[in-house]
Structure formats: structure tokens, C-alpha cells
Design a protein around this ligand. Structure first.
Ligand SMILES: CC(C)(COP(=O)(O)OP(=O)(O)OC[C@H]1O[C@@H](n2cnc3c(N)ncnc32)[C@H](O)[C@@H]1OP(=O)(O)O)[C@@H](O)C(=O)NCCC(=O)NCCS
Length: 115
């Protein structure tokens, strides 16, 4: 994600395949001074459409820390379905704690225009 006028990098949505069953995962971040304007939701929507329509992805998933409410809100606004919580599935070395992740997914045919 870049600022149109200046080309300054504002953030990123990453995409990667998980295994060989046409399952992929996305993740995102945005600079603090660009947050709260719907940019990540818009970018996630565009990446999701590309993955499902162009790449023949069968399942697009994303994981958000249960404590990360903005990230979960972005997933919901982009049309992802909350599936459940993966308890103690990762370790965050910066915070020195184990992390529970909320698992979200989006399947072909579920993509809507963001509201
Ligand atoms: C998560 C992140 C990418 C969101 O980017 P963004 O461009 O600000 O997201 P959007 O503006 O599209 O949407 C943010 C939503 O979260 C909501 N939100 C923000 N802070 C919140 C909080 N503390 N509790 C609940 N909701 C919150 C906003 O109100 C908004 O929802 P709304 O449109 O219904 O009002 C950004 O906060 C970020 O980079 N965080 C650090 C990195 C990170 O956590 N990445 C995700 C890892 S899974």
C-alpha cells in the first residue's frame, strides 16, 4: 500500500500458499499515521478478489491475535468468517507470551463489496 501522491509506503498485505491444497493465507500491517481510514480493509478486499478469482484459491485464511481487535475488525469488514480460536498456537517473543489466534476464512463466492 503506497500513498498515491508521494509513493510513500503505508503498509502491506502479504499473501502465501499453505501446503498444496489451494489454501492460502493473508496478513497485513499499516503505519500508525495511516490507520483508521479503511485502507487495510480496502487492500485486503482487493487481494482477496485477486486470490479467489485469478489464482483459483479454494480457501483464503487469516489469523489474528485474540487481543488484536482492529485486525479482527478488518477481517470481518472484508467479509471473512470467524471460525474459532486456536489456543496457545504461537509464541510472541517481543511480549514473552503465548498467543491465541482467531482463525478467519473466506471461500469463493463469499466475497462482497466492502460497505
Ligand atoms: C490491523 C491494522 C492493519 C488495521 O489497519 P487500518 O487501515 O487502520 O484498518 P481499517 O481502517 O480498515 O479498519 C480498522 C477497524 O478497526 C477498528 N478498531 C480500531 N481500534 C479498535 C479497538 N481498539 N477495538 C475495536 N475496534 C477497533 C476501527 O474502528 C475500524 O473499524 P470500523 O470501520 O468498523 O470503525 C493496523 O491497526 C495495524 O497495522 N496494526 C498493527 C499490525 C497488525 O496488528 N497486523 C495484523 C496482524 S494479524
Amino acid at each position: 500500500m503506497t500513498e498515491a501522491e508521494t509513493g510513500r509506503i503505508l503498509g502491506s498485505v502479504g499473501f502465501g500458499w499453505v501446503g498444496d491444497q489451494r489454501v492460502a493465507e493473508v496478513g497485513y500491517w499499516l503505519r500508525r499515521d495511516a490507520r483508521g481510514r479503511g485502507l487495510t480493509t480496502r487492500a485486503l478486499h482487493l487481494i482477496s478478489r485477486w486470490a479467489l478469482d485469478e489464482l483459483d484459491c479454494a480457501r483464503l485464511q487469516l489469523r489474528a491475535d485474540v487481543l488484536n481487535l482492529p485486525s479482527q475488525r478488518v477481517a470481518e469488514k472484508a467479509g471473512f468468517t470467524r471460525e474459532g480460536v486456536l489456543r496457545s498456537v504461537a509464541f510472541n517473543p517481543r511480549q514473552d507470551r503465548r498467543v491465541d489466534f482467531v482463525m478467519f476464512s473466506l471461500l469463493p463466492g463469499e466475497l462482497e463489496l466492502p460497505g
